[in-house]
Design a protein around this ligand. Sequence first.
Ligand code: EPZ
Length: 426
Amino acid sequence: MSKLIIRGGKPLFGNVRVGGRKNSALAVIPATLMGDGPSILENIPDIADVNIYLNILRDMGVKVDRLDSNTLSINPDSMHTEVVPEDRAKKIRASYYLLGALLAKKGRVEVALPGGCDIGLRPIDQHIKGLKALGAKVEVEHGAIVASADKLIGTNIYLDVVSVGATANIILAAVFAEGTTVIENAAKEPHIVDLANYLNAMGARVVGAGTDVIKIKGVEELHGATHAIIPDEIEAATFMMAAAATRGDVTIENIIPKHLDPITAKLREAGVEIEENGDKLRVIGKRRPSAVNVKTIPYPGFPTDAQQPMTAFLSISQGTSIVSETVWEGRFKHVDELQRMGTKIKVEGRTAIIEGVGELTGAPVRATDLRAGAALLIAGLIAKGETELSGVEHIERGYENVAAKFKDLGGDITKETVVETEEVAK
Ligand code: EPZ
């Protein structure tokens, strides 16, 4: 276990390079299994969730080599099973993508019901609806999903809710299906487009990704391909909010400005100065931010994954902000911890009412999930005094070298490994 010791109150200055998008990597990595022969994936973040995924593939006999810290070679030709190792699959949410990929490639797959951040119920009924619509038999047995199909037939699928996971999973399952599949009410997130671009580079025929109607024309086979995944807009958002909240001046590199539009618009509304320049954004926190209202909705709305860091940013704004979380009903667990640092936040159901305060004070706090950890890290950088942030393993699921990156921006942040001592019975 480890913790971050943060001494806040210092503005952040300098340049930081954003890594590849976690949620794109977690969809593209399973997609490599559908190709005959190796794929090369570039700009893949070296984070815990990715490494868990790579070990799942290795356990299944797939040849996985790390060519450098952010480049992978994955060759599925030696895969010897379609049963996904339960212990690892349960650790991450995105193991569900193996349903679509292996059902399409092998005609059968067995994977444990997924894990992931504790931010509310995380159903997969829309995934199962899509796989069944394509002709698969899907059962839940002993905590695992078993899906099989002699043949998958293209069809029309109308999603009941806009689901990133279900959209991506159905695209994977439909790639080899006979005929054409149409997904309506599809998710439009940039990482859906990224996945479609990679599959098409392998020989698939996916059109319409990025809109709410996606068509997949079945093909016979896919070959390996080289693909560089898109940057992580949530990592970028985290640095933008930290820079603005500490009254700093930070240039964020390796981004796609369009993907950050909802974040940039909302931070500008709060009075933050943001200059766009090609694949860079310069963020200047000239004054105390003004309170703004935020509502999380699917892309191109304000992303739910940026809600928790944004709550920390708004905690020191001038006025009262209303944050409504429409995607995950349990995504305010960071608020209890923020209150220990002097915030004034009231949570009522899916809404947080944030009364901005003049300053925060450092305190011992614990990250309960990935983006809660990001929120507490930002709060620690703002707060006067020392913050001891435990639960760093949650943050490292989605942020590569997070302490080093903030340190390079002038943040006083060090990582300490905590030796777990057994509680001595009194
Ligand atoms: C992905 O989760 C991301 N995770 C999440 O990021 C992100 O919050 C979410 O998309 C929304 O953008 C990965 O990509 C690994 P959904 P996913 O299916 O696919 C409901 C992070 O911090 N729903 O788009 O699980 C669901 O309850 C993580 O990086 C169903 O009802 O999200 C939610 O209300 C946290 N039935 C909404 O749809 C289903 O079958 C959106 O969920 C599936 C989803």
